[in-house]
Design a protein around this ligand. Structure first.
Ligand code: NAG
Ligand code: NAG
Ligand code: NAG
Ligand code: NAG
Length: 402
């Protein structure tokens, strides 16, 4: 005490500074030693506070030079065709973070995610972009627990992964259109043309639904080709065609999605208590050509605000039509009391705008599947596709608290 008094008298400034240092050290130590749950509760509070005013899907990419949660050495399941930096892509594309306009998005926390989904089953249902999201989630979660691969079908179209200490099952179900479709055969060989039955759900994946708690649905890119569209077994028209009425692929996507969401929320008998998440469309970013005509995507920065809309107007139209279908079904389902009894839920995961910026984050030529064909559709890992799971974590956390 004597010593302190002397210091106060002689140099009050120095004393206050020392006190500040001491308090800082205590605070840091407290943070380091406090339990994980303390931190989680705190960040939840902060997030809740801002949540009302904040649309997580509207924002911009800003620089963030922190290392990603995983990399190609710490993720054993990272697919070779998404390991872009190994194949010479400049890692600069990794160092960006999505910043929603009204708030900050919490960083993905693998332990928190696993605790939220403890004892649950989550399935990504859609095309290879649904698989891309699963691959990202596997990498993120494997930082905490190594998953066991319990079932993998030919070409990995259906996969099941299991996290034993959290009793969490992660699945992917591959379906190009969600609804029934058959590939046309021309002169004995498979063509690139499909007959799509817009009103008939594809039971290959719906048969796998029993026991699923969270179904993340997505679709879109497979519709952008020549197709013939059917309803009630009658030909309605076609897309990218000239020999029937061209109804456009936005029409096709919209109707197939509507059939799917109707099924999941109204007709599915095995979907008690299941939550459906609609992950919206993401576009490819080919320039100087397309998939098979030498197109590439060699940008080194996200598109600017002025470029992003002109670059991919069609992607925006598809996304808008998906949100329209989503809203229509939510409204109808909310009107029906039935919904509440069955405890079904539909939530939007709108990643379209965020991904429309990221022309710089595809494998491009930095993969090794086919020579002279660049991949400007899928997303490198790690990369902005990890954002989809960051947003999914927020959605699931909110759901688990209600
Ligand atoms: C990981 O990426 C680095 C470049 O950052 C590359 O040199 C290395 O070969 C890659 N390693 C593996 C195991 O993929
Ligand atoms: C593996 O998955 C397929 C398709 O989902 C299913 O038919 C099969 O029964 C599964 N096998 C095992 C061993 O679980
Ligand atoms: C199918 O084969 C027939 C007879 O060889 C030929 O005339 C026709 O052009 C072929 N059709 C297509 C689409 O290749
Ligand atoms: C990107 O690709 C185009 C077309 O191949 C080429 O003309 C351009 O120089 C490339 N840009 C960069 C930065 O490599």
């Amino acid at each position: 005490m004597e010593y302190c008094k002397v210091i106060i008298q002689r140099n009050i400034g120095l004393f206050l500074f020392s006190l500040f240092l001491l308090l800082s050290v205590i605070l840091v130590l407290q943070t380091l030693y406090s339990s994980n749950s303390f931190n989680i509760t705190f960040s939840q509070f902060e997030y809740d506070h801002e949540e009302e005013a904040c649309d997580l899907f509207v924002g911009k990419w800003i620089r963030d030079f922190r290392e990603p949660i995983y990399n190609n050495r710490t993720c054993p399941t990272l697919p070779i065709v998404k390991n872009c930096v190994k194949h010479g892509k400049d890692p600069d594309y990794i160092y960006w973070r999505w910043k929603p306009d009204g708030c900050d998005l919490p960083r993905f926390a693998p332990s928190m995610f696993l605790n939220i989904v403890r004892g649950k089953k989550l399935a990504f249902i859609g095309d290879s972009l649904a698989r891309n999201q699963m691959e990202s989630l596997l990498c993120l979660l494997s930082q905490v627990e190594s998953p066991l691969n319990t079932n993998i079908s030919t070409e990995g179209k259906y996969q099941t992964w299991y996290f034993p200490s959290h009793d969490f099952t992660l699945m992917v179900m591959w379906t190009q259109f969600l609804v029934q479709a058959t590939q046309r055969t021309v002169n004995g060989t498979a063509s690139d043309v499909f007959d799509i039955h817009l009103d008939k759900i594809n039971s290959e994946w719906t048969n796998q639904l029993p026991g699923i708690n969270f179904a993340v649905i997505s679709t879109g890119n497979w519709f952008i080709r020549k197709t013939y569209l059917h309803k009630d077994d009658k030909l309605l028209g076609c897309t990218l065609c000239s020999d029937a009425k061209d109804l456009g692929y936005v029409f096709a996507i919209k109707n197939a999605l509507s059939t799917t969401l109707e099924f999941l929320l109204s007709r599915c008998k095995d979907c008690e208590g299941m939550m459906t998440v609609l992950r919206t469309y993401t576009p490819s970013h080919f320039e100087h050509g397309s998939w098979f005509s030498g197109g590439n995507c060699n940008r080194t920065q996200p598109l600017s605000e002025s470029e992003v809309m002109s670059f991919n107007k069609n992607a925006w139209r598809i996304k808008e039509s998906q949100v329209e279908v989503f809203e229509k079904i939510v409204q109808r389902v909310e009107r029906e009391e039935k919904m509440k009894k069955e405890k079904k839920k539909l939530v939007l995961l709108d990643v379209s705008k965020a991904m429309m910026y990221r022309a710089d984050a595809h494998p491009d030529s930095h993969w090794q599947r086919w020579h002279n064909v660049n991949d400007c559709l899928h997303w490198c890992l790690p990369g902005p596709v990890d954002l989809w799971n960051e947003l999914l974590m927020v959605i699931l956390r909110k759901h688990s608290r209600n």
